[in-house]
Design a protein. Structure first.
Length: 327
């Protein structure tokens, strides 16, 4: 339908679609700003403004597909220090970085949190737009997230997340800039988390990436079954698999019983590595699909292997993700 056709039928577009800023008032999430997005044609998700503008809950035509951990959503000021496991909400997207991905380490006297501290930072210069672009009604959320410290890094992420009325796609664009005066280590991982009911014994993982291999000995027994899943298993030990990404890379989970799946598309030149995190435990029942600049083994390991990247003062890196629902 054209813009004119739609406007003749509704008084205000919030009747059928839109993005709105809200603040949570209870529990660990008290005080946290969130943008709720409903694109009017079945795609709904939340942008966690105070958690690095990452993505929280997500659903397609009433069926949830993101994973939320037992900690629930947690505002940054309520986070229990460096213990990520007490404040890791999961969510459709948890961005890891920007100077460490992987285990918590001490590097040259610097204490680096597990998967970095990016997600603990709140966005500023927030802009929530609901507007027409020709005959397309678009909802977008943009803002600036800064990771900085005294005598350390000063990295800024300009993030924009958007969708449109009639669309089955979430688009994410990041511009990462070194706003400091020192050459700075740089690592980023887009930790996408899928849960029940999309993730189930009927689900299948597929990807066009190559060179599949287990992260460690624990994953070796599951190497031939990495694409298939099971019901929750008591005492399950996580299995992690590594892949190398082509230029036009994608990975997806689909549920044959539900009749839909979610595909991530990204540029393998920007994000050359992909990790599959298969966790079939009770309550910890989640699939992670995680493209990144490096594998999450920590900054020290990346440096020792000659894989650690750096941003020079003023240098910019761009990253694009396309999250697409497919029926």
């Amino acid at each position: 339908m054209s813009k004119s056709d739609i406007r003749q039928r509704v008084g205000d577009m919030s009747q059928i679609a839109g993005a709105r800023l809200v603040t949570y008032e209870e529990g660990h999430a008290r005080g946290m700003r969130v943008v709720e997005v409903d694109n009017g044609t079945g795609l709904r998700f939340t942008v966690l403004v105070d958690r690095g503008m990452d993505l929280g809950t997500a659903s397609w035509r009433g069926t949830a597909f993101s994973y939320i951990s037992k900690t629930g959503l947690c505002a940054p000021r309520n986070l229990p220090g460096w213990e990520i496991k007490r404040g890791w909400e999961g969510g459709l997207l948890y961005t890891c970085g920007l100077t460490n991905i992987g285990p918590a380490i001490t590097d040259d006297g610097d204490l680096l949190a597990m998967h970095g501290s990016y997600n603990n930072n709140a966005a500023s210069d927030l802009c929530v737009r609901n507007d027409w672009d020709g005959d397309v009604y678009r909802m977008s959320v943009s803002g600036r997230v800064t990771e900085s410290r005294l005598f350390g890094e000063c990295l800024t992420v300009e993030r924009t997340i958007s969708t449109a009325y009639g669309s089955n796609v979430i688009e994410l664009h990041d511009e990462v800039v070194n706003d400091g005066y020192d050459r700075t280590p740089f690592m980023i991982l887009y930790h996408m988390n899928y849960g029940w009911p999309l993730l189930d014994a009927d689900s299948v993982f597929t990807t066009n990436t190559g060179n599949k291999r287990p992260r460690d000995a624990a994953a070796v027994p599951g190497l031939d079954e990495n694409e298939r899943f099971s019901d929750p298993i008591p005492g399950y030990a996580e299995q992690v698999f590594y892949f190398d990404s082509p230029e036009n890379a994608w990975a997806m989970i689909r549920n044959e019983r539900l009749g839909f799946g979610v595909r991530i598309r990204y540029d393998g030149r920007q994000l050359p590595h992909l990790m599959e995190w298969k966790m079939m435990g009770q309550e910890e029942y989640v699939l992670g699909i995680e493209p990144g600049t490096q594998f999450p083994e920590g900054r020290i390991v990346a440096r020792e292997r000659g894989l650690l990247e750096y941003l020079e003062p003023g240098e910019k890196r761009c990253f694009d993700l396309r999250i697409q629902i497919e029926e």
